[in-house]
Write a protein that binds this ligand. Sequence first.
Ligand SMILES: Nc1nc2c(ncn2[C@@H]2O[C@H](COP(=O)(O)OP(=O)(O)O)[C@@H](O)[C@H]2O)c(=O)[nH]1
Ligand SMILES: [Mg+2]
Length: 350
Amino acid sequence: MIVLEIVLVALAVGVVWGLLRRSRRRRPLAVAAPRAPMPSVLVSDQVARPSLEEPTSSTLASRLSASRGVFDRVRSLGSATNLLPEQLDTVEEVLLRSDVGVDTTNRVLSTLRSEGAPQGLLHAVRAAVLASLSTASRELSTSTDDGRVAVWLFVGVNGVGKTTTIGKIAHARVASGEKIVLAAGDTFRAAASEQLALWGERSGTDVVRAHEGADPSSVVHDAVGRASARGYDLVLADTAGRNHTSSNLLDELAKIRRVADREPGQVTETLLVIDATTGQNAITQTQQFLAAAQVTGIVLTKLDGTARGGIVVAIEESFGVPVKLIGTGEGASDLIAFDPIAFVDALLEV
Ligand SMILES: Nc1nc2c(ncn2[C@@H]2O[C@H](COP(=O)(O)OP(=O)(O)O)[C@@H](O)[C@H]2O)c(=O)[nH]1
Ligand SMILES: [Mg+2]
């Protein structure tokens, strides 16, 4: 009897133990689902170095699709060689809508009238637009006197894309082995230097920054000192762009430039950044800055978001300052050297 009782108790204990184990084994399974997305990996990835790779296989033509769309009607005239008045009207309307400006439009039309279109209208428009673009060098210079550090200053009104452009350039140049320092010279808002610091972190670039309201010239001065001490190649200096009609801003830019150009620094480029979506307003901004800032080249941003791509032509024809870079998106690799032929073909090629 006692043996039987012991066996029964042992069996009961075994069953209860088994059930407990099963339920214990099940419990973690039950809670595993909500715990699975715990973002420990994501968090450490973000902190370390988020990937800058984007799936950008799109062509220039597709990036410029809105501007390209404006030229659809010219493209459809294609190989017409006998110029009818209504065809010239179409060309005129399309050129004006694309924002190449009145002067360029008139010149293209008079070229068409005088020379005709022996190889077809599209070919003639392409040649005339290309002839309106600058023949000045579009190289970005880093060549300095011995022992000095090249500085590129980025100027332009608020929101045009200065900080983003600096981030993109840092990304590309660091990837090709250059050593760069970013100077957070927009001290107007703390968020501006944080934005630059983020780009610095993403591309693995040193950033010199100061507190909100600090003297931007001293930030640039410190960045040049740091680059010089470490034997770096280039300083990319951000600036504030609050208001292009404010003479204070232009005075401040002149001061930053003086400081940046003092040994061991040497300003080799002053790049005016312009937002292509502002169309003819861009022309007014260009005028203001050219007068004050010794601009050596233009960066035209946001060409992906506008049908007014012709503004490139208007700017170059009006001012003779070459567009050196164009922005075609918000990603790190959406900045390319401006190539007139590739650009005009992206708009006009069938
Ligand atoms: N679509 C598009 N957006 C851009 C481009 N360049 C800059 N941006 C955006 O424009 C906004 C302002 O840029 P930011 O660099 O802060 O301008 P900043 O005030 O001149 O420094 C940001 O949202 C950028 O992502 C571009 O080429 N294409
Ligand atoms: Mg900025």
